[in-house]
Design a protein around this ligand. Sequence first.
Ligand SMILES: C[S@@+](CC[C@H](N)C(=O)[O-])C[C@H]1O[C@@H](n2cnc3c(N)ncnc32)[C@H](O)[C@@H]1O
Length: 249
Amino acid sequence: MKESNSDGQKTFALVFEKSIENNFSQIEKNQIDEIEKIRYYWSKSDKKINKWDNSGTENISRLAKVSSKSKFWSSLIFNLIREFKPNNCLELGTCIGISAAYQAAAIKLNEKGKLITLEGSVERTKIANENFMNLQLDNVEISAGKFEDNLENILISNKTFDFIFLDGNHQYNSTIEYFNIILPYLENKSIIVVDDTNYSSEMNKAWKKLLENPNVEFSVDLFGLGVIFINKENVEQKKSNYSMGVIRL
Ligand SMILES: C[S@@+](CC[C@H](N)C(=O)[O-])C[C@H]1O[C@@H](n2cnc3c(N)ncnc32)[C@H](O)[C@@H]1O
């Protein structure tokens, strides 16, 4: 990939190398350390919040430890944003804001761009907002409500996005539906990160279906996260689909 003629593929190779080698500048490391302190704080908390369907309560510690993307995967997303420098980022699935904080921190260091992140649980958005405030991240906005109710309005009012992180509803139909709703609002060159492409046979099927889209220029399946590079101007070009097994939590 490093030897490829495509700038996108070369840049992705750099992102991958930087992530595997844990190679960050001091200023990047400081940002990441601050976010990880917050993850640690919540992972030790015994505080509970109401579930969004009011079926009981849930431990914030579990959300920090299990539901949020790990340091490795969040750093990879951070590196993607640092290297590709998108203007308008959108995340489906905020939870308590860990992956959003990584994205917003990268955007802040880039000195351009913003993030909108969507979350159905109002209780989780309160924790996420508290985290963003403590991290002094004012370039991220949460839209509280179901994707099904809010996604289209956000796309219409913001017009275009060039970086998407799909980390909400890990089901075949929903994944395809969100992709199809978002696609017309993407810049000619955009990146879509899909979480848990190997989480289930349903997600694996969805991942393969997404790659059939003619706007996909190349993709990288990292066996955990899948990264799709959209190029709407280059539909004639033969696609490259890479698979790179990364055994990380
Ligand atoms: C895996 S968690 C996101 C983790 C987060 N991206 C991180 O790594 O820090 C997925 C989130 O998506 C939310 N979610 C799932 N389906 C949704 C829907 N249809 N509408 C709104 N939120 C939804 C859940 O409430 C959950 O908090």
